[in-house]
Design a protein around this ligand. Sequence first.
Ligand SMILES: [Zn+2]
Ligand SMILES: [Zn+2]
Length: 362
Amino acid sequence: MADIYTVRCRSCGASVTYDAGRERLKCSYCGAEAAIADLGAPITEVDLEAALQQAEARREVIEGHQVRTCRSCGAAIAYQEARAKCDFCGAEAVEVARLEQQPVRPQGVLPFRVTPDSAKAAFQRWLKSLWFAPSDLAQRSRIDDLRGVYLPCWTFDAQVYAEWRAVPGYHRTRTERYYDASTQSWKTRTTTYVEWGPPVTGQHRDFFDDLLVSALRSLPTRYLDDVGGFATPTDLRPYEPAYFLGWDVALPDKPLREAWTEGYRRITELTEAACKRAIPGDTYKDFHMRLHLSGLTTKLVYVPVYILAYRYGQKPYRVVIHGRSGVVGGDRPISWLKVVLLVLLIGAGIGALVYWLNLKSL
Ligand SMILES: [Zn+2]
Ligand SMILES: [Zn+2]
């Protein structure tokens, strides 16, 4: 069952949009503002096992959006306005989608706080700071293509208990005498070696609160980490479609099962790293860990980013700006010409220095 969500201005009846700077709804015609009360249902975590079994979820259409898919990267985005270019890869290959079903209704949303103007300023500062960026990058990545997009993410909560064992090693040095045949004399030298200690065991307890995994196959999770992650445990609001008015919304295309495989791998890696930090000594061998997870829950949330996608030498690049902190991250194309020039300059500098030292020693 799909509901259609619509909001009209109370003063004039025109359509309203969500204003990031004011964090309120604003009429695009008369400027009247309205607060977004937290009307949505309280944010609920869903038991992971139950969610994996669940076949149908509530779906919803947001008025004024048209879903278009990209033939190049496969992204499906509910666009605020008709557009030829894909938000995610910059390809001019978007077409109106015929969705089999409407997107799943999320449990929570992190609303935009950074305005489009602030995002543009942040992007320009970032561009200036990149010495290695190709000089024509500024022209290629047209700043007008910067888009505010809500990205869907799966969150995972997990209670972690891990048991580990390992053999710690300690770096030691010893001094030994040896006979140097070339000088026909006895000499001493210092060698280093590893002394293996008795096996040690330990336990590690942890709680993962809202581990975020991108729900988009076309935008890997590392882009979310790259802008510093999102404070969903503290800042998430109950889902209220009003936050989407006036903004692009990417539709999830990564099933929960696939996202959980990724989440489980991440939890395992982070727990392993924490356990390894607790091993005494300078090195270790024969590390084994047994991981127990409990209290697994999940939910679908939307987080705000500005994306600027452009193509450089046939490859798509994406600059991502955090929609609440303004932190810039993503792909940094490197100008190899500039790198080569720098290496040559350093080489020339060393050459000059050697030449100068030689002159002095004459
Ligand atoms: Zn109005
Ligand atoms: Zn695309």
